[in-house]
Design a protein around this ligand. Sequence first.
Ligand code: MTE
Ligand code: CO
Length: 428
Amino acid sequence: MFKQEKPELAVPARRQFLKAGLTAGVAAGAMVAGGRTAFAEGDEAIVEKKDWAVYPGNGVDAAPYGMPSQFEAHVVRRNVPWLTADTVSSVNFTPLHELDGIITPNGLCFERHHGGVAEVDPAEYRLMINGLVDKPMVFTMEDLKRFPRENRIYFLECAANSGMEWRGAQLNGCQYTHGMIHNVVYTGVPLKYLLEEAGVKTNAKWVMPEGADASGMTRSVPLEKALDDCMVAFKMNGEALRPEQGYPARLVVPGWEGNMWVKWLRRIEVGDEPWQHREETSKYTDLMANGKARRFTWEMDAKSVITNPSPQAPITHGKGRTVITGVAWSGRGKIDRVDVSLDGGNNWREARISGPSFDKSMHRFYYEFDWDGSELLLQSRAIDSTGYVQPTKNELRAVRGTNSIYHNNGIQTWLVNSKGEAENVEVS
Ligand code: MTE
Ligand code: CO
């Protein structure tokens, strides 16, 4: 899937394996004050009258579709140049280190497409259901909107997220190591209703969603999953899907690898066995050390990452009160707990989860502490509602080898130096 070349964003080799065993960088004794005094002597920003307080601003006709503040222009999706052979079959990454809460804004959702962004006219959109059904059917957008619809929040993670880290710390930033994920509110019709309308035959066991883009993406999805919680979604975060995310309709396959969430969905074939297409044979299988490959590894295992501080988001305020934050998710349910370590996994403290906790959705965690300015080896570890504990990278490699690209959910480590700068490293 990806070109393997000398990475520009790679961390220096000497940083790839560090001994765990630092003393945790927590200030002993009294709390170090984090804020300034309420009235800082000589702070011009407080007394000076700014232009924005003197002159009226833009009127309501200036931005028919609102955009972020000009001061947020750096908050964008980015790609990794050496990963991006061409931009049509490619990927860009969500800037996780710039976000908070659990919802990814539509314009910042990472994109992964194999044949560019299809520009589908909703008036000409059709969704066909055929194969092992009593009544093959074709739905227009208007037809879809006459079924009962639901609103649900789910993460979508590409199976290749963190895929470049299998053999060691490589990309310097959580945007690049973990940014093939987004979490939005989907509005759509449960796939079950559409399949019921067509009447699934008793010998049916699988469905094959197919995309209308130039890549004609197909995957085999077990009928059981299709009837359980899959949806055909047409809105994300309240507004129409973005073209990049499959406008006007995409499949939502909660908790399962992103590749199955077919965009620009045009057809669902019902069958009695998997189709063995490219994306489930040569791609999206996990090559093990013995040369055999795991197949049909659909569920995304529990995973987490500290987004702040991280290489793109250093600590800039110096010692004292420091807020660590990050995200955690599981394809098998909710996140029950997130632990944070300041010393490369020697000691763990429970983080605070804040915000809604939904099945197969992103969770936000915080850990506040007083930093004494010494080096930190920051890690987070997610525990999901099945009791599964996110493994270390070495635990994962012991089972899976290092041939894989997909399903890397190992614990991430950031080395924070005394200046607050962070780097992608591994502990041994
Ligand atoms: N669907 C179609 N039709 N074409 C594609 O290229 N890419 C898949 C999936 N669905 C793809 C597709 C992959 S690999 C992933 S990870 C997700 O869409 C990415 O969804 P996003 O672009 O909304 O982030
Ligand atoms: Co993908």
